[in-house]
Design a protein around this ligand. Sequence first.
Ligand code: MRU
Length: 371
Amino acid sequence: MSNHTPVKTIEWVGDAGGSARIIDQTLLPTALRYLDIVEVSTMWEAIKVLRVRGAPAIGIAAAFGVYLAVRDSTAQDTAKLLGEIDEAASFLATSRPTAVNLFWALKRMQKLAARHAKLVDLGVPELKALLLAEATAMIDEDNAVCRSIGAHGAALLAKNSLNESINILTHCNAGGLATAQWGTALAPVYVAAEQGRTVHVFADETRPLLQGSRLTAWELHQAGIPVTVITDNMAATVMSKRRIDAVIVGTDRVAANGDVANKIGTFGVAILAKEFGIPFYVAAPLSSIDMELASGDLIPIEERKPDEITNGFGRRTAPIDVQVFNPAFDVTPHRYITALITEKGIIRAPYNETLQSVMSEQGGKVNEHGE
Ligand code: MRU
């Protein structure tokens, strides 16, 4: 039985004049260091260079970024402040293109501000306070969403009779470090461990930035959950030896037809899972579902700098000036996906219909205020 509580990836410290505290994930696993962010430009940079990363965590970080952008504003009226909020949102939206949670969170902050700015008796200080409260509320909501995904996901997990424990394979990091605290893809693992079940995780190393070995292995290790790091090209071997009961990954964006964008390499893992008859689950909070995009080929895929591949972690591993292709994400077609694990339960094909029904049940609501 594990009672581990993961570290907080992001939190607000202090009063309205305080700061957004994040773990600088570029330093893991060798150092656990926190950064107290007080400027929107620093938050933009932290998202851009992956100090804070993972779709839900990026969304929360951006929401705090909006507040930080206008906290010291000298705007005399809420209409002026609204303009500054929109400007901040446009700026933060340029940090990374793929995770829809970023845009979801920014829109949520803008809508909240627009709705309240219409109230005649609400002043600039009150509107600023509302922005901070909204960003902070996203943390509690994210924790509840992740715990719910964990409960639904854990109920799906079953041990192959050949194995001692439940063996999960994951790609990248969709754990606590990618959210406020509990993770999406790793939440079922944490819940299963709390239930006293024996779980073991194979963590794909995840080239080129090694989120699997640096982050997933680190946080599972902290939790006392057995984890084995493999390089990305070993997944077929591990699966062929019938050592995997299920694959669980996270997502940056799910299109309306169920296609899923996630860390580069996820698509290959999904193809392998199908070949070996292993269930392939995607843990997806509703905030990662984008009903405005009909299919995955419309999802914008971030391309990152060549030197992440040729000169990763300070060592040159390819000739200078060689051509490089470095997409940060790929899209797994929905036919490879056994089910989506959401906070509202398990969603299966036909995704066009099931996603539509879950999202309309949600009534367009993204939070308890109906924003
Ligand atoms: O580039 P990153 O590290 O932000 O990529 C993260 C992922 O691909 C995660 O799997 C995804 O954001 C889901 S996080 C719950």
